[in-house]
Design a protein around this ligand. Sequence first.
Ligand SMILES: [Ca+2]
Length: 281
Amino acid sequence: MTNSYLCSSLLVLNSAKCFQLSVEPKPHLASEGECTTRGGALAGVKTVAEQEFLTGEIRLGTDVSHWIGLKNGPEQFLYTDLSTMSSQLRWMPGKPENLCALLDKNGNYDLNADFCTEQYNYVCESDVVTCKQNVCLNGGNCTSCFNESYAYCECAPGFVGDRCDINVDECPSDSCQYAGRGVDGVNSYTCQCVPGFTGDDCENAKDVIIAGDGRKLDPVAVVDAMEHALCATRPRSRYVVGWDAWLVFVPISWLPTDLGDLVLRVLSPKITPACCRKDGE
Ligand SMILES: [Ca+2]
């Protein structure tokens, strides 16, 4: 299946999760709100694969630090004996300030923590789900993310395009031999062969008649004429096969012999019988 998204700004990992990078910095809480508004959430990066994927995409884009959906809170303060903090104690107003995690440009996009009130760009994420309305054509499967903001088409073999609307031309220009005509199909092609040739690529010639100048002639018409001359009750006095015979060779035959020979010498390449040819001729 061929995959494509209707919007190229969307990043997709393993056809299972969509990411979107912000274009402007915000505090952590506001970033979370923005991602929720779009139908997703601030990206909770949970695997090294996701971290490396996002690192690569951020480097290609804005190349600045990005918030992710990870933070600590006051309940995580521990006494030095590792027991949890007493709930009876009072903090100063606004303290402790929460720390939030970011992919830090200065640390090669390893995790760092900063006060959540600081402003950084951010990464939103969304699951990939089946579209409510299938906008993909020609049997493509439609999935979407960020609350249907983005539709995602998995195209059936032989189709590409954002909506699988392009039928791939599988027919290479030289695939059909002996002047056969290629016809594109769905994930395939067929060849329409000229008379006398068969095979998927017209590669099988029943009987090929090679003219003196190397052209391959239609053997069926020639054989039909010969058969008629031999077997017909009333054979014709003359058989003319092909437009070149009608337009060139018959008119030349009406000329005086010397003049006809001269015209043929001028028009035709020199024809040497095979037994008289030297190598390379
Ligand atoms: Ca096709």
